[in-house]
Design a protein around this ligand. Structure first.
Ligand SMILES: [Fe+2]
Length: 294
């Protein structure tokens, strides 16, 4: 089972400052500009899979990024919902990044991406059942043992549902994070996609969130396909998602937030503008909350 994180004394690393504010996902078209101009971005999230495979950041770039910015890792390959055993080799590669750099945390998704050793490039859904919960709990616990700290798991967007499901998505998530004793990453766009595609009740979802376990929020844009919407990460954050974020930040003030943009990637300034909108929502919401309290 999960053991206390390896101490920083053992790792010989300084304890990093906590992450705060609105960061962006680091994408390859922006690396050169970020390294040369060093814009004031509170933190960066690295797609871990890009940096444990050939073709990721070269070591000097990775060193420079990690020295100048607080960094987190976001992976898609843990396949935490799979009946396959946890991929130790994959986790060890992630762990090596953590050993070599100051990495604040690792996050992955509540889905599976491999079965019988065959890797999918999609985040595949599972039915919300007791059996699925146990699979996640076993895999998350094993992953946390190897990673040496709690990991964050993210709610995913779904494009199919299962007759076998026995509970709502939020009840399913709560059982997993409680039993696995892990943290939660709330992707607001994924919640909105499931609201439109599957009539998920966003008010119920937000009201039942295990707030103490939520350590990060994701914001992204979707693509409208008429009779469904797709979590395409290729557009600005929509007005509806900004509204949900405003609701969410009222119960999760000061939660680190990240702008994700993965397709049709625009200029860095566009991402930084999205981040500034999120920052202003946080400030306005917090100011309003203080006003109400006093
Ligand atoms: Fe996300």
């Amino acid at each position: 089972m999960f053991k206390q994180a390896i101490s920083h004394e053992v790792c010989n690393k300084p304890i990093p400052e906590p992450i705060s504010g609105v960061g962006i996902g680091l994408r390859s078209p922006h690396i050169h500009q970020i390294l040369s101009e060093r814009p004031a971005i509170p933190w960066l999230e690295l797609l871990a899979d890009n940096h444990i495979a050939d073709g990721g950041l070269i070591p000097a770039q990775l060193n420079a990024i990690c020295e100048h910015y607080p960094v987190t890792l976001h992976s898609v390959g843990l396949s935490l919902g799979s009946t396959d055993p946890v991929n130790i080799n994959y986790l060890n590669k992630l762990k090596q990044l953590k050993n070599d750099h100051t990495i604040h945390w690792l996050s992955d998704h509540l889905c599976f991406t491999s079965h019988n050793g065959i890797q999918s490039h999609d985040l595949l859904p599972v039915p919300y059942t007791e059996q699925s919960i146990q699979t996640f709990v076993d895999n998350i616990s094993r992953a946390q043992d190897i990673w040496g700290d709690k990991i964050l798991v993210e709610n995913v967007s779904n494009y199919m549902s299962f007759n076998a499901s026995e509970m709502s998505e939020i009840d399913f998530i709560n059982e997993i994070v409680s039993r696995a004793d892990c943290h939660l990453l709330v992707d607001v766009n994924n919640l909105y996609v499931n609201h439109i595609n599957h009539a998920v009740d966003t008010t119920d979802f937000i009201s039942k969130l295990p707030t103490k376990r939520v350590k990060e929020i994701h914001l992204a844009g979707y693509e409208d396909h008429g009779n469904y919407i797709l979590d395409a990460h290729n557009n600005p954050v929509s007005d509806s998602v900004w509204q949900l974020y405003t609701q969410l930040i009222q119960i999760l003030p000061n939660t680190p937030t990240l702008i994700e943009w993965d397709n049709n990637i625009p200029d860095l300034d566009v991402l930084l503008n999205e981040a500034s909108i999120a920052e202003s929502i946080c400030h306005q919401t917090n100011r309003h909350e203080q006003y109400v309290i006093t």
